[in-house]
Design a protein around this ligand. Structure first.
Ligand SMILES: NC(=O)c1ccc[n+]([C@@H]2O[C@H](COP(=O)([O-])OP(=O)(O)OC[C@H]3O[C@@H](n4cnc5c(N)ncnc54)[C@H](OP(=O)(O)O)[C@@H]3O)[C@@H](O)[C@H]2O)c1
Length: 251
């Protein structure tokens, strides 16, 4: 029981690890003794985040293209043969009225939010297989969104579609990879203060108070708690789920 929730010594790769939810995930994993590879486009942010998190390694890259994903996977492979946890977190959002949505904006969002998690899982699968055992599976955790569970107030067509797609992709991959001892789950966060979702304005504070039954935004422990569960032996029999981490916002 004592090591049921342990990720000590496990190897993790977190995309979008330099800000917001990805930084919360990386902090929780590194704090619990995992070796965490930190992916983001800005090399300086990757380096400064790694400096603050003992046991983490900067791995700068852009995962919005297949070429970028291949470069990240190749660099990871120069360091490690085994991967125990892939956190597909990097994501972006555009909101624009229906009549104004452009193809370029649509593609930016869907490429990063939906295409990247699929091809990262595909390209890193040999390392995930190498890190998996029947008792202690390797894990993929996709960061979806409450916006993929129900239609929210903002016009975020590409974002909502990409996140709903990611939730269903999670189920498809979970079914396919379960016999290979790789679990695939998604978390669906509600409000978390970040660059993408600044929470300091009075307007956002009011929205949080009125739409989140728990009455607050999420924090690093809320992300760390679910991630340590899904990434450790404690979550070994849990796969294909989409777990809202939203203080009840999606109810
Ligand atoms: N915050 C919320 O309330 C909330 C709610 C629901 C779901 N989510 C989801 O949570 C995830 C993280 O969001 P966040 O709010 O924490 O965002 P954030 O603060 O904007 O952080 C995004 C991270 O992704 C990195 N990134 C962006 N584009 C990238 C690319 N092409 N390749 C590699 N890294 C890239 C950024 O670093 P660089 O800019 O240096 O690349 C940064 O580290 C997203 O998938 C988002 O949809 C967030």
């Amino acid at each position: 029981m004592s090591d049921l929730f342990s990720v000590k010594g496990r190897v993790a790769l977190v995309t979008g690890a330099t800000s917001g939810i990805g930084a919360m995930a990386a902090t929780a994993l590194a704090g619990a003794g995992a070796r965490v590879y930190l992916v983001g486009r800005d090399a300086e942010s990757c380096a400064s985040t790694a400096e603050a998190l003992p046991g983490s390694v900067p791995l700068p890259g852009d995962v919005s293209t297949l070429a970028g994903i291949d470069a990240v996977a190749a660099e990871f492979g120069r360091h490690e043969k085994r991967l125990h946890l892939l956190v597909n977190n990097a994501g972006t959002l555009r909101d624009a009225p229906l009549d104004d949505v452009s193809e370029a904006e649509w593609d930016d969002v869907v490429d990063l939010n939906l295409k990247a998690p699929f091809f990262l899982a595909q390209r890193l699968l040999p390392a995930l297989r190498a890190g998996a055992t029947p008792e202690d599976p390797a894990a993929v955790v996709n960061v979806g969104s409450v916006g993929g569970l129900r239609v929210g107030p903002r016009p975020t067509y590409s974002y909502a579609a990409s996140k709903a797609g990611l939730h269903h992709l999670t189920r498809s991959l979970a079914k396919r990879l379960a016999p290979e001892h790789v679990t695939v789950n998604a978390i669906a966060p509600g409000f978390f203060p970040s660059r993408l979702a600044p929470a300091d304005s009075p307007e956002v504070q009011r929205a949080i108070a009125s739409s989140v039954p728990r009455g607050r935004a999420g924090n690093g422990d809320d992300i760390g708690g679910v991630l340590l569960f899904l990434a450790s032996r404690a979550g070994a029999f849990v796969t294909g789920t989409v777990l809202p981490v939203d203080g009840g916002m999606s109810l």
